[in-house]
Design a protein around this ligand. Structure first.
Ligand code: GLU
Length: 485
């Protein structure tokens, strides 16, 4: 039997990292086994599902390098793949449950249910639906309808059944039907079927073999197993992925920083680094190799190696991984990704030669943690009309030799014939040292200030080589204007 798995997000408007990890594990599992990965949009719970919210899901998955074999946009043999387009299918299966006498109408109001709950808690009992409406007569129902009440449909939970499943991550799970909170709702009073019901119908009809999802769904699984049985379907295998916690071991939330995929993308995490990092949230390869491409992840991924203990979202590790990827990324691709950050920072990048920009990125990439750091680190290369810092100005004012160094440097560059190479620059500095009898800080720092306006930064030979003679002269003029006042 070939593997068929699905990722079934609700279009909430953003893709949480937990969902992204679920998508990734399903994808890795499918690809590892040469199976099928399905995208299903679960939009029955959503009041108003917007196209934009669905697009957010597509965009996040595509950015992560995840593609799907069946889904709303690509179709497939078991569609439609949006639950809001499957309502007729659900009706048919609700009818089946009705015919079998496995569901009944419940007219209890939210106030009555709340009252029931309070009394149970007062008695020290776990809250559950008592089955009050299980045996209503036709007349009683009619009376309630006349009162304007609209029924929900509840599923008759068997009295004392032990429901068992072998979770591929958590191991054997047993739960007694008494612990399920009584007969649960399968269709709301507005006629909409609920998640636990539609997910079973869809997974069965779409021939899903393995349901891989977050641990927060474990409590739904016994209810779903009862529905599989009631509808005459065989349940799939289940694998519940461990929770993702923040470094303080509380549930990962906004408090810990970004939690949506789009935010990570916007900050400038590379998709390969982000995906690689997510893969290690709850799974670890046997060989301990941590930097892994998608292909390598697919090759190594084994659901049996997923840890049942919670995974910690460690931003320091993510940052480290991103640095590793930035350093080895193809420079052309890196440049494409960095250009929008430069534009956002106010640079008109069409003013720079593309090859030159790539060279600058080549020498600055090792300082970057995220791509949004790039404009800051690249400024030294991009901006000729910088301001000389106050600290630098007072440094120059301390000793008249320092200004002389700048002036002599300017003249030597001006009269230079041919290219300003790294070697040429080093020679010129040496000459200045000899001629003015200065060395160390008194020699290098004035040149650095003249070229950058700052007292620290990139290596000067690299900078001058990339700037070229004309821009070096322009910069020195700009600095001299500011310090000669
Ligand atoms: N729509 C559900 C969610 O987003 C899917 C759960 C499942 O995979 O069964 O959590």
């Amino acid at each position: 039997m070939s593997v068929r798995v699905r990722f079934a997000p609700s279009p909430t408007g953003f893709m949480h990292v937990g969902n992204a990890r679920t998508a990734l594990f399903n994808y890795l599992f499918a690809r590892h086994h040469g199976g099928t990965f399905i995208l299903r949009i679960e939009d029955t719970d959503i009041e108003r599902h917007s196209e934009e919210a669905v697009r957010v899901i597509y965009e996040a998955l595509k950015w992560m390098g995840i593609d799907w074999d069946e889904g709303p946009d690509v179709g497939g043999p078991f569609g439609p793949y949006r639950q809001s387009e499957r309502l007729n299918i659900y009706k048919e299966f609700i009818e089946k449950l009705k015919e079998k006498g496995l569901v009944y109408e419940c007219y209890c109001t939210p106030e009555e249910l709340e009252e029931m709950r309070k009394e149970q808690l007062k008695r020290g009992e776990p809250p559950r639906y008592t089955g009050k409406c299980r045996n209503l007569t036709e007349e009683e129902k009619e009376k309630l309808r006349k009162m304007g009440r609209k029924p929900v449909l509840r599923f008759k939970v068997p009295e004392d059944r032990t429901i068992v499943f072998e979770d591929l991550v958590k191991g054997r799970i047993e739960i007694n039907s008494r612990q399920l909170g009584g007969d649960f709702v399968v269709v709301r009073s507005n006629g909409m079927p609920v998640y636990n019901f539609v997910v079973v119908v869809d997974d069965a009809l779409m021939k899903i073999t393995h349901v891989i999802r977050g641990e927060d769904h474990i409590s739904n699984t016994p209810k779903q197993i009862l529905l599989y049985e009631a509808l005459g379907f065989t349940p799939p295998a289940f694998a519940h992925l461990p929770m993702i916690l923040g470094p303080d071991r509380s549930k990962l939330s906004k408090r810990h920083g970004s939690t949506s995929v789009r935010e990570f993308k916007e900050k400038g995490y590379l998709p390969e680094a982000f995906t690689n990092f997510l893969a290690l949230l709850g799974w670890y390869p046997k060989d301990g190799k941590e930097i892994l491409s998608m292909d390598e992840l697919i090759k190594r991924f084994d659901i049996k190696d997923v840890n049942s203990a919670p995974a910690i979202f460690d931003t320091t590790k993510l940052n480290w991984m991103n640095q590793v990827y930035i350093r080895s990324y193809p420079v052309e691709k890196l440049t494409d990704l960095i250009i929008p950050y430069l534009e956002k920072a106010g640079y008109d990048t069409s003013n720079f030669n593309r090859k030159w920009l790539e060279k600058v990125i080549e020498v600055t990439r090792e300082y970057l943690t995220v791509l949004s750091d790039a404009p800051g680190y690249m400024e030294t290369f991009l901006k000729d009309d910088f301001e000389v810092s106050e600290e630098a100005k007072s440094f120059l004012a301390e000793n008249p030799d320092r200004l002389k160094v700048i002036e002599l440097f300017y003249h030597k560059i001006k009269s230079l014939e041919g290219e300003l190479s790294e070697e040429k620059f080093k020679e010129i500095i040496k000459e200045i040292g000899k001629e003015l009898k200065v060395k160390g800080k008194n020699l290098f720092m004035p040149v650095r200030i003249a070229l950058t306006g700052k007292m620290s930064g990139v290596e000067l030979p690299i900078l001058v080589k990339l700037l070229g003679k004309e821009r070096v002269l322009k910069r020195v003029e700009n600095s001299l204007k500011q310090v000669n006042l």
